[in-house]
Write a new protein. Structure first.
Length: 214
């Protein structure tokens, strides 16, 4: 307990950094994931190609490599941001590819007749997708989206290697201060457990309320 009590503020800052990264990157991932899922099922061929390329490239790129591309590459084009924003961009864009595929799978569970009926009533594609198809698809994609965001929370540990304040990065300071590396990692693991269990509990509530009952 001495490792935690003596460095409570350090752990607190790290935990807060991880929570902030998780929340902001999750919001970005959900927004981009929904958009790309719409592109992938759109009647416009160019949008489908863009969505497919987005998903294919990001799903097959190591997250660490994407961090390097964002942190080191974007400043070369004049885009200079705080490291935390770079981390949010990398995490959010990477995770959006998995959110997209989860949402697209949910869209495919909705009978095609639903969308066709909406279009026959004069709805545009965005209206049919947003008002008819996605609300039905949402019920079946709650568990996979929850799992994806839990993975995002754990992936946020990579940000510590890029000068971002987050939970895993606290071990460097603790190691320099001479604390046991084993107990340092034990309390770091507890912190990640708190974050992931909170996300899991939230999505369990959503699933019980709106999920598909089998």
């Amino acid at each position: 307990m001495n490792v935690l009590l003596d460095n409570f503020s350090l752990y607190g800052k790290g935990l807060l950094g991880t929570v902030e990264l998780t929340v902001y990157a999750s919001l970005l991932a959900l927004a981009l994931g929904l958009l790309m899922a719409g592109f992938r099922v759109a009647p416009v061929a160019s949008l489908r190609v863009f969505g497919t390329v987005w998903v294919t490239v990001l799903r097959n790129t190591p997250l660490t490599l994407l961090f390097f591309a964002v942190v080191l590459g974007l400043p070369r084009f004049g885009l200079v941001l705080p490291f935390q924003l770079f981390a949010v961009l990398a995490l959010g864009c990477y995770t959006s590819a998995f959110i997209c595929e989860a949402v697209r799978a949910g869209i495919n569970t909705v009978p095609k007749g639903q969308g066709e009926a909406a279009r026959s009533l004069g709805m545009t594609f965005p209206q049919a997708l947003g008002d008819v198809v996605l609300p039905q698809a949402f019920r079946s994609v709650i568990p996979p989206i929850g799992s994806t965001l839990i993975a995002l929370a754990k992936n946020s540990a990579i940000a510590g290697s890029f000068s971002v304040v987050e939970l895993l990065g606290t071990y460097k300071t603790l190691n320099e201060l001479g604390y046991s590396i084993v107990w340092s990692f034990v309390w770091i693991a507890v912190g990640y457990l708190l974050v992931t269990l909170t996300i899991s509990a939230l999505f369990n509530v959503l699933e019980k309320r709106w999920g598909v009952h089998r």
